[in-house]
Write a protein that binds this ligand. Structure first.
Ligand SMILES: Cc1cc2nc3c(=O)[nH]c(=O)nc-3n(C[C@H](O)[C@H](O)[C@H](O)COP(=O)(O)OP(=O)(O)OC[C@H]3O[C@@H](n4cnc5c(N)ncnc54)[C@H](O)[C@@H]3O)c2cc1C
Length: 468
C-alpha cells in the first residue's frame, strides 16, 4: 500500500544514517526538491534523500526496504515519464554526486551517478576529449546511458552505453558491485539499455574520444514548400555518409528566440566530429547543392557550446509528452506523413526529430546489448513541450497521432528513454516488444539475480519473472 508520510521517529533514524539532506512533505524546500523536469509529473514522495556521497546510497535503500516504501532513483531528473519520482514513496536523489575525473592518457572518464552531460563536457573539453552522450546539457548521464544514449556522436562512436567500460552499482541488498566485461558480465550487458532496473549506479566509467576543441556543426533551414524535396535529398545524402557525420532533422514551429518566423520549418542539424573540417564542408555542400537552404547557420564552435546550444528550448518545469520508434524508409509514403503532420501543428514546442543512425551504432551486433534495432536507419522522436495544462489533451493527441501514423512503417523496438509521462496516460511498455523475446528473457534473468523483489521498479520495468 502507498504510504504518504513517514513517522518522525523513523525520519530521525534516517537522518542519523545518512549525511545528505532528508526532506519530508512538511519540511521547507520540499516543493523544490520534489520537482522533476516534466511538470505533468506531480508525484508527492513521502521523503526525498539528497545523497551527500556514495556512502548514503546503501542506507537509503535499506530504509526504503525496511519501511516498505516505494523507491525512485534519480540524477538529472529529466526522465519524461517521470520515473525519477514516486507518490508516497522515497526518492533517492543523486544530483550532488556529480564529480567527473578524466584520465587523459588512458582516455577514460569516470562519472558519478548524478552528473549531467554539462558536468562531463566541462571536464573532458580541456583535454580535447568527449564522451558520446545526448544533446541537452542538463540531462542526467546515468539515466541517459543506462537506457542507451543517443546524441551528436552516435554514428561516430555509438551510443553512450556502447562506450561504457565499467559501472559501480549498489544493489537492492546494499552490496556494492563493479560490473564490467570481466566481472558481473551479464549485469554489465543488461546495463547497456535495460535502464535503472538493476541497482543504483554510483559511478560509470566511459571510453573517451578525441574531439575538438572546435567542431564543424550547423543547421540548414527550409520552409514548408521545400520539405518533400529536402526529405528526398536527405534520404539520398545519408546513404553513404562517413561515420563522422551525425545528422538530426527537426520539424517544428520555431520559437521566437530562433528568429525564424512563425511558420513551421524543417531543420537539418549536423555535427561533423573529424578535425578535418574541410572534409565535413565538402559533405554538407553535397546536400546544400541539391537543396540550397532558405537560411543556415554553419559554424566551427567549441564542442561544449554546441552541446548546450539547444538548452534554452527545453527549460525545467515544462509539460511534456514523447513517443518514438525506429524505421528504415524515407520514401514517399513516410515523407507524406512527416510533411502532412509537420505542417498541420502550429504550436511552439511540439516537434519531431528524425535521427540518422548507422555508422558505429549500426555495427554493434544486435545481441551485444539490450538496446533494440541496431539495423534501423532512422529513429524518430515525436515530442511536445508546453506550459498550460489546458493544452494537455491536444498536444498529447498530436504526439500519439503522428506516432500512430508511423506505425505501419515502424521496424520495431522502442527507446525506453524517449517515452511519455504517466500523468498523461503513459502506457506501460511491454519489455518483450521493446527488446524482443531473447533479450527480454536475458534481462529477466539478470533482474532476478540482482533485484528479485523488484525494488527498482520506478523505470520502464523488467519484472524478475518471465511474464506469460
Ligand atoms: C530535454 C531532454 C532532452 C533529452 N535529450 C536526450 C538525448 O539527446 N539523447 C537521449 O538518449 N536521451 C535524451 N533524453 C532522454 C533521457 O535520456 C531520459 O529522460 C533519461 O531518463 C534522463 O536521465 P536523468 O538521469 O536525467 O533522469 P532521472 O529522471 O533523474 O532518472 C530517470 C531514470 O533513470 C534511472 N536512473 C537515473 N540515475 C540513475 C542512477 N545513478 N542509477 C540507477 N538508475 C538511475 C532511474 O530508473 C530513473 O527513474 C532527453 C530528455 C529530456 C527531457
Amino acid at each position: 500500500m502507498v504510504q504518504t508520510t513517514v513517522d518522525s521517529a523513523h525520519l530521525d533514524s534516517l537522518r542519523s544514517r545518512v549525511q545528505g539532506v532528508v526532506t519530508a512533505v512538511d519540511d521547507p524546500g520540499y516543493e523544490d526538491v520534489r520537482a522533476v523536469w516534466n511538470a505533468m509529473v506531480r508525484h508527492r514522495p513521502a521523503v526525498v534523500v539528497r545523497a551527500h556521497g556514495v556512502a548514503d546510497v546503501a542506507p537509503t535503500i535499506a530504509f526504503a526496504r525496511e519501511h516498505g516504501l516505494e523507491l525512485a532513483v534519480r540524477g538529472g531528473r529529466h526522465n519524461v515519464a517521470g520515473t525519477g519520482t514516486v507518490d508516497g514513496g522515497l526518492v533517492l536523489d543523486l544530483r550532488d554526486l556529480c564529480a567527473v575525473s578524466v584520465d587523459p592518457a588512458g582516455m577514460t572518464v569516470r562519472v558519478e551517478g548524478g552528473a549531467t552531460l554539462a558536468h562531463v563536457d566541462a571536464a573532458t573539453a580541456p583535454h580535447g576529449l568527449a564522451v558520446p552522450l545526448g544533446v541537452v546539457s542538463g540531462t542526467g548521464v546515468a539515466g541517459l546511458t543506462l537506457g542507451g544514449g543517443v546524441g551528436w556522436l552516435t554514428r561516430a562512436y555509438g551510443l553512450a552505453a556502447d562506450n561504457l567500460l565499467q559501472v559501480e552499482l549498489v544493489t537492492a541488498d546494499g552490496r556494492t558491485v563493479t560490473a564490467d566485461a570481466t566481472q558481473h558480465d551479464e549485469l554489465f550487458w543488461a546495463l547497456h539499455g535495460g535502464g535503472g532496473n538493476f541497482g543504483v549506479a554510483t559511478a560509470l566509467t566511459f571510453r573517451a574520444h578525441r574531439l575538438g576543441p572546435e567542431v564543424y556543426v550547423g543547421n540548414l533551414v527550409y520552409g514548408q514548400d521545400r520539405w518533400p524535396e529536402v526529405w528526398a535529398a536527405f534520404e539520398a545524402w545519408t546513404r553513404d555518409l562517413p561515420d563522422e557525420m551525425t545528422a538530426i532533422v527537426t520539424t517544428m514551429t520555431p520559437p521566437p528566440m530562433l528568429e525564424l518566423g512563425d511558420e513551421p520549418v524543417l531543420i537539418v542539424g549536423f555535427a561533423w566530429s573529424s578535425p578535418d573540417h574541410a572534409a565535413g564542408e565538402v559533405l554538407v555542400d553535397r546536400l546544400r547543392e541539391v537543396v540550397p537552404p532558405d537560411e543556415q547557420e554553419v559554424v566551427r564552435m567549441p564542442w561544449v557550446d554546441w552541446q548546450s546550444a539547444v538548452d534554452p528550448l527545453f527549460p525545467h518545469g515544462v509539460r511534456a509528452y514523447w513517443r518514438n520508434t525506429s524505421f528504415d524508409r524515407l520514401d514517399e509514403e513516410v515523407v507524406d506523413v512527416l510533411v502532412r503532420r509537420g505542417a498541420e501543428q502550429r504550436w511552439v514546442g511540439t516537434a519531431f526529430d528524425v535521427h540518422h543512425m548507422g555508422g558505429a551504432y549500426g555495427r554493434v551486433p544486435e545481441a551485444a546489448t539490450p538496446f533494440p534495432r541496431r539495423d534501423a536507419r532512422f529513429w524518430i522522436n515525436v515530442y511536445g513541450f508546453w506550459t498550460d495544462e489546458a493544452d494537455d489533451d491536444a498536444r498529447v493527441a498530436f504526439v500519439r497521432g503522428l506516432s500512430a501514423d508511423l506505425q505501419p512503417f515502424a521496424t520495431g523496438g522502442e527507446y525506453v528513454n524517449f517515452q511519455g509521462s504517466e500523468a498523461s496516460g503513459h502506457r506501460v511498455l511491454d519489455p518483450r516488444a521493446v527488446f524482443g523475446e531473447d533479450k527480454y528473457r536475458r534481462l529477466v534473468a539478470v533482474k532476478h539475480r540482482y533485484d528479485p523483489h523488484n525494488l527498482f521498479h520506478r523505470n520502464h520495468n523488467i519484472a524478475p519473472e518471465i511474464a506469460v
